[in-house]
Design a protein around this ligand. Structure first.
Ligand SMILES: [Mg+2]
Ligand SMILES: [Zn+2]
Length: 245
């Protein structure tokens, strides 16, 4: 294989970088009855819209911005993941750029990254936009505005965002690109972007979740596939990238 001088690490967030799902965690901790209701409604309401609506409900109950932020900081996040990405970013050969591609939202992701000292890790974070209004309501919108032009994904991405199209757009913004792309993901919506990876690229697929099933049932990806279950194994793989050079 040709020498790798530049690489891009693309991270899904929930259950990939973090060891939990932000959308569900918030309600499991602050309002389990709403969490239960989400299970019932998720077939009939688009997921991002359902989270936006559920955030309005907990705000109406008097749950504060501080409670939401505190709950996010408490969410499981493996120390080996912090070490692994920090060491890889600090290494100069190869030089590594990090890109976050997530169906969570900007407030959830940034709050957690800051609490881990990782606020400068990512070159870009592409996700659903969110912000607290002055009353403490967390206002969340889809990345792709439902009233504007929609994405044209045929692989099954949710209407709020096509991760494959977003990865292609990132690469278009960052020419001439990277010698290698490593995609870390777990969910069925991480299948679309990995179909765009090349033979020198790699997916680090978390076991026992939606992505593993789609790779085994549908296949068709050109990239190499490595499996992991615990964040310590991602750290181990990242360390091997550094040691080889
Ligand atoms: Mg995920
Ligand atoms: Zn897609």
């Amino acid at each position: 294989m040709a020498t790798i001088k530049t690489q891009l690490v693309v991270f899904d967030f929930d259950w990939s970088m973090a060891d939990q799902d932000t959308d569900r965690w918030i309600f499991e901790v602050l309002a389990p009855d709403i969490r239960r209701k989400m299970k019932t409604l998720k077939e009939s309401i688009q997921w991002t819209d359902l989270i936006a609506q559920s955030l309005q409900e907990i705000h109406a109950r008097g749950r504060t911005r501080e409670e939401i932020e505190h709950t996010l900081r408490q969410m499981p996040f493996h120390p080996a993941m912090v070490r692994g990405v920090t060491n890889l970013k600090g290494a100069s050969n190869p030089s590594t750029t990090f890109f976050c591609l997530s169906n969570a939202n900007s407030v959830f992701i940034n709050t957690i990254l800051e609490s881990k000292g990782l606020q400068n890790l990512f070159e870009e974070i592409v996700t659903n936009p969110a912000e607290f209004d002055p009353s403490g309501l967390l206002k969340l919108r889809r990345r792709v505005d439902p009233d504007g032009p929609q994405h044209s994904c045929t692989v099954g991405c949710s209407p709020n965002m096509c991760k494959g199209e977003e990865l292609a757009a990132f690469l278009e913004r960052h020419k001439p690109g990277y010698d290698r792309i490593i995609y870390v993901g777990d969910g069925s919506n991480d299948f679309c972007p990995i179909l765009r990876l090349r033979s020198q690229d790699m997916v680090l697929c978390r076991r026992f979740r939606g992505l593993e099933g789609r790779i085994s049932r549908e296949g068709g990806q050109q990239c190499q596939v490595k499996y992991w279950a615990g964040a310590w194994e991602v750290e181990e793989i990242f360390n091997q990238f550094i040691e080889k050079n």
